[in-house]
Design a protein around this ligand. Sequence first.
Ligand SMILES: N[C@@H](CCC(=O)N[C@@H](CS)C(=O)NCC(=O)O)C(=O)O
Length: 233
Amino acid sequence: MSDPFTLVLGNRTYSSWSLRGWLLMKLAGHPFEEDMIWLDDPGYKERMQAATLGFGTVPTLRIGERAIGDSMAIAEYAAEISAPGQVWPVDALDRAEARMLAAKMHAGFQNLRAQCPMNLSNVFDAFEPSTEVRADLKTLEDLLCPVLERSGGPFLYGGTFGAADAFYAPVAARIRTFRLPVNAALSGYMDAVLAHPLVREWTQAATQEPGVARERTDRLAHGWFEQGTRYAD
Ligand SMILES: N[C@@H](CCC(=O)N[C@@H](CS)C(=O)NCC(=O)O)C(=O)O
């Protein structure tokens, strides 16, 4: 019998990479166990080292004695263990482009990531994005809107939520949490991503998770998901 899959994750509320890894494994459709690391626990680093077999970041996919400790590699593995089209698009050119979009997210948008960390239990209505964050949002529009226009949406490659969408799901959450201004096309796409059943499952679980302690006195009772507020445009 093959080894079971265990996905090592950090808090749903603010581990954006964990959300990506979890979505990717859900898209693959293989059952997996979750091993949660509460990133606010003082001793979490040691726990994380052990749970990730030394890799030291979440998400890490553990399979028996082996570990895949990076979301991009998890995406490729998820694609290889599932049917064509479940993770990356079927068309070769779409697939290459989807990988490029994911890679761009994986390595870029540093200001947006640093200044607007994912937080699924809060909203910051009065947040004023810096010039650098606005520049990242413009790059995001320039990158994604032509793809959405070509496919017709609601997701990057049409009606099926795939790996490229998984990589951008935490960005949708940041735009919601920090009320970031984006154009109507990107705003509609972010709505579609946040309304996807898998993303909803994660965001709703985030509002209930017990291991959240990081300055959480302002934590919203029900998170932001049900508020139905649209972004500025
Ligand atoms: N490049 C990695 C990034 C993973 C990452 O940085 N995850 C964060 C949590 S969201 C982490 O594990 N940080 C280590 C720490 O908090 O000690 C990936 O794609 O999976």
